[in-house]
Design a protein around this ligand. Sequence first.
Ligand code: HEM
Length: 479
Amino acid sequence: MLLTSDPANVRHIMSTNFSNYPKGPEWKKQFEFFGDSVFTFDFEEWKHHRKVIRSYTSHRSFQQFAGKIVRDCIEIELSSVLDHVSNQQIVVDLEGLLRRYIYYFACCISTGYKPKFVGLAFSEDKFLKATDDACDAITARYLAPESIWKLQRWFGLGKEKRLSEARKTIDKIIDDYMSMKQEEMSKGEIRNDEEDFSALKGYTTGNEIFEQAGHKVIRDSTMSLIFAIEDTTSSSLSRFFWIFAKNPKVETKIRQELEKIRPVTEARESSSFFSEEEVSKMVYLQAALLETLRLFPPASMLSKTAVEPDTLPSGHHISQNTMVVISAYAMGRVRTIWGQDCLEFKPERWIMEDGRIRHEPPHKFSAFGSGPRICPGKDVGLTLLKTFAATIIYNYHVQVVEDRVGAPKNNFMLHLDHGLMVRLNKRWTKCFYHLKINSVAKTKFIVVKEWKPYKVKPRSLQTGIKMVTGLVAVFEDEP
Ligand code: HEM
């Protein structure tokens, strides 16, 4: 095995000599959980499935459908939970919460159906638990000799046992969605593209993008798509909030940017959602997210296997069947690539002098992979990250209550090891105040700078301080 973080090697392996570096049989063995899908295929099969997924994610109806789902997901579902958490002053695991709602998005996009968990219940979700168990087992396969994990699989022990149970759980979930879709079809109740432009609908109806496929390919492709969206996006977003809480200057700049797009005077009682058009104007927020992905790429390692012997630009000889591993995590921390300050979190490095985002080549910034296999959901993923981040930051103060070191899980996906325990405080409150001139009581939305535990005996109309269920709100401007 050869591990590299040299951009010249990455370009060679991922692009220039792409046909010599498929994922290969070794990868397929370790990641067999993903079955028959674009993730596991190589060569002609991969080309076909890649074309399908590219046509799908770049289709106009996909963009509209994704836009509608993200709005429902944030404005209707997530906001009510965040408001509840904030009103009740509950300490929550933000990573867990984000995972559930990004899973909501991923499930709707992939199947056309909402997952069942949605609401205020914080019970464990079966799909997410199954993918966690699968990732743990796949990581263990990576680290242990093949004979060990094969023996465990044979006897049905430990992580291998959980892996096989996880696969059964997920198969059952996707099979149920497939039956629902087939029932819709048999009753002639197929929803129009605005209501359902899911991959599962495409596969089931065999529309112009998805020609009909066998049961296993449909099931594996649907499951893999949910995973591709959920795991990467939620891991990036949680890590972003972990960094965000430690960087008050970055927080101030993001708020300034958001308030320029949506002035505070327009804040409404319901949480403000940012449209795709508004999100596209957020340069500093995008820079902060790219900087998070540079330092913490969720898919930290990408591996390929050489078909023929080869020599890399670094001069290293590669024998046939050698596995080459690209460490996207290491690449984000190399001085010769990013400069002396490579370990610092500096969104400014992504902003050019003219104020636009700097585009780094993917063989240098590999969070989305590079070459023909580069992530086809990159733009959707970035928009999703920005929409979630902007809505939460604009409407709530995020206060991390357990400041752990933020170590990543020992896993091929870079989730936070202990989640991210936070308290959320709503930034807007409706406030009664007296106009000094004519003493008329009015209501107005006020920006809350900070919620503090009740300390002083408040006078109901004391300027700038108002008691709210045991907490006092300190306002940014005097009402
Ligand atoms: C922050 C979000 C995301 C990150 C960091 C990310 C990252 C990646 C990476 C590193 C790969 C592997 C590339 C390789 O094997 O060389 C990948 C593949 C893939 N991603 Fe994403 N991804 C994200 C979001 C999404 C979204 C939203 C979608 C779908 C709408 C998606 C769909 C896929 C698919 C289908 C593949 C397999 C491509 C292939 O093998 O040809 N991803 N992604």
